[in-house]
Design a protein around this ligand. Sequence first.
Ligand code: V1P
Ligand code: CA
Ligand code: ZN
Length: 392
Amino acid sequence: ESGITRPKGYNVSFHCNPDIEKHHFGMTHPMKPWRLTLSKSLIYSYGMSFAMDNYISRAATYDELADFHSTDYLDFLGTVLPEPVPRDVESQNPDLKFNLGGSDCPLFEGLYDYCSMSAGGALDAARKLCSNQSDIAIAWGGGLHHAKKAEASGFCYINDIVIAILQLLRYHPRVLYIDIDVHHGDGVEEAFFSTDRVMTVSFHKYDPNNFFPGTGALDDNGPKNEHNPGAHHAINVPLNDGITDEQYDMLFNTIVGRTVEKFRPSAVVLQCGADSLAGDRLGRFNLQVQGHGACVDFCKKMKLPLILFGGGGYTPRNVARAWTYETSIAIDCQDKIDPILPHHTPWREQFRHETLFPTLEQILGEPRQNKNPQKRLQDIVHHVTEQLRFVQ
Ligand code: V1P
Ligand code: CA
Ligand code: ZN
């Protein structure tokens, strides 16, 4: 009755695990795994599950995690116990091992299970692409882009994206990674610094002194020694507060379009962190659900095998709206769904406005001041275009 049918000529798989959603980082921590429950309930209420292959993802094994992470780190992660008293915001323990146990990466009940399950969903998605069973694989529980080989960082313990890309590289000669989370995708960038088989492109708020993680300047493009095949294969798009849909889409289409032309990837991974939306608790941009979703639409139109991952997103109702709209784009029913939220959605009280596309005024009252002059955006496009001359 919803009119939502399977997309013609291609398959979409949806990977989730209700056990991920039960975990929590602590009362005051901004990362809320239940935002996945909220997103899924909205997606299902629209009837979208009938248009996809739905899988409950399994937990990744120790060996699968060890494809990227050091065994010292994994062993420690597997044995640490939750802290009896949660730490105050910003308090850091000077003897933290592997950056575990601070305010950003707390030790909570079931931490290892949480990590192995989010990596499991990401790997399942990658495997569906490798076996050609899916053309688009969606894992909103994945996208934890800050984790390093032997270090937790910025709410991320296991880099499920790196593990998924390593799986894709077994079948695909070149993988393009794109990151629209408001934060720099530093962990993924660093993991592939020395290969020309992965190109990373991150759009993010950049302020080396006042915004996490402080890396990702325009001219940070990978170690530039002449023997490094990965030189020039990291693209960074540093932005200021308040960027709008229109500006972001111009940058995204131009930069991603030219990158695809030059790099010719055979698979694409898009991290759809929803903290780049207006009104996010940690973010600073003025993006709306439409502008965020336009990035997914652009990637889908490239007609290459595509993974959609989640990532950040700290105002759960907006996260749910964005990932619902983006699921509808993946299954090609964005023009069929009702912009008025379905009435029988559980958690209905979470959505103060009854629409999938709230206006900036509804979200913020007063939109955030846009500190991205047009001239600066042109300089960014120019730099990236010059950088791409070095590719291939
Ligand atoms: O700013 C910092 C560090 C902690 N200080 C010593 C500097 N951390 C940020 C981390 C943001 C992580 C984003 C993850 C992702 O990219 C991917 C999932 O979205 C941070 C912030 C902030 N406003 O940037 N931590 C916290 N806020 C925080 C607040 C309350 C409780 C715990 C952490
Ligand atoms: Ca980013
Ligand atoms: Zn983020």
